[in-house]
Design a protein around this ligand. Structure first.
Ligand code: NAD
Length: 341
């Protein structure tokens, strides 16, 4: 942010998640202004101009990166493009926010870290938004304050409502599979709550409950996994794409003097319905309703880190480690073996 006190942002990717980030940047994040966008899809460029008033919408990322009036870019492109797009953005002198995960392969993570090291003035942050959710932030503060003693086990799950349109099957070739796409959030949370221990070994298993089309991509629609860390700390993960009730992200942190549970009831709001079916509440339909505030807060953190010229709360090393564990889970699923890290 060299030319004004407002961070001028360009966004690449205006799909499912990109539109949400674009709306936040255009309307809801103090200190940021959405000035340009990029998508190869004409309809998406028309949307950003019509709905958000962003006239500078390019078909090509290079044109967005060449703009002198863009200080930072949001990369919300398919995961398989993340490392190359981050490297291009850094070479163009832009601060970078990129959606998770960092990459599908470890060498690519290292390539991004090496490029970032050449641009120490530029901030790079990967979107592990769960950390910015008020409930997760509160739980983390309690763990840090020692309220549950020493944390030794995190059990965390990311469950999505079944999408009969087959979106996840079409998404599979670029997503990295269920562990890198979904569980990577839980992996990041486990590292964060447990104090960033070194992973030692993992075991993962999965099944296809509904979406047979995933088989040809080596993916599953339900998976479970265990990760052992140095010093005996543990994490258990579950991921699903086939839930009937909606989106549910929930996490338990076990400590020597207590346990915290976050999101145990994935309720949409505080309304309880009592009727002939019993007493119940509606559920968050997708991750977005659950984490809407977290996405705004993570964007604000990125903007603030640039304004204050300090490292963002989430480091590139965190993103590499989450990817490293996610890749090991995928290998374990495929090989049906324990993978040592
Ligand atoms: N943090 C979260 O909770 C969360 C949730 C959903 C998705 N994501 C991540 O966001 C990323 C995008 O996912 P999505 O669900 O929005 O996918 P999507 O397929 O809906 O959108 C991808 C977008 O990228 C655009 N695109 C493709 N190639 C491009 C290129 N070369 N240059 C510029 N734009 C290009 C497409 O036109 C589209 O707008 C993925 O990495 C995914 O893991 C994160």
């Amino acid at each position: 942010m060299t030319t004004s006190s407002t961070l001028r942002v360009g966004i690449a990717g205006l799909g499912r998640m990109g539109r949400r980030h674009a709306e936040n940047l255009a309307r809801r994040v103090p200190g940021a202004k959405l000035v340009a966008a990029c998508s190869p899809v004409a309809e998406e460029r028309e949307w950003v101009a019509r709905d958000l008033g962003v006239e500078n919408a390019h078909a090509d990322l290079a044109d967005l990166l060449a703009r002198k009036d863009v200080d930072a870019v949001f990369l919300v492109t398919p995961t398989s493009f993340h490392p190359e797009h981050i490297v291009q953005a850094l070479k163009a002198g832009k601060h970078v926010f990129c959606e998770k995960p960092l990459a599908l392969d470890l060498a690519e993570c290292r390539r991004v870290e090496a490029e970032a090291a050449k641009h120490p003035k530029l901030k790079v942050m990967i979107g592990y938004g769960r950390r910015f959710d008020p409930s997760y932030s509160d739980a983390h503060a309690k763990v840090k304050a020692g309220e549950i003693g020493t944390p030794y086990l995190v059990r965390s799950q990311n469950l999505d409502m079944n999408d009969p349109s087959g979106f996840f099957v079409r998404f599979a070739p670029t997503s990295g599979g269920i562990f890198l796409d979904c569980s990577v959030h839980d992996i990041d949370l486990a590292r964060w709550f447990l104090g960033f221990p070194k992973p030692v070994r993992v075991f993962a298993a999965g099944t296809i409950a509904i979406h047979e089309g995933l088989r040809e991509h080596g993916d599953v629609d339900n998976g479970v996994a265990i990760c052992e860390f140095e010093g005996g700390k543990l994490a258990c993960f579950a991921a699903s794409r086939t839930m009937a009730h909606g989106h549910e992200t929930s996490t338990e942190v076990f400590g020597t003097r207590g346990r915290l549970a976050i999101g145990a009831n994935p309720r949409l709001n505080r309304v309880d319905i009592s009727d002939a079916h019993g007493v119940r509440n509606e559920c968050t339909p997708t991750f977005y309703e659950r984490f809407e505030e977290a996405f705004q807060r993570e964007t604000f953190e990125f903007v603030q880190a640039i304004a204050e010229d300090r490292p963002p709360a989430l480091t590139l090393h965190d993103a590499t480690e989450a990817t490293r564990i996610g890749i090991a889970l995928r290998q374990s699923l495929t090989a049906r073996k324990i993978v040592e890290l």
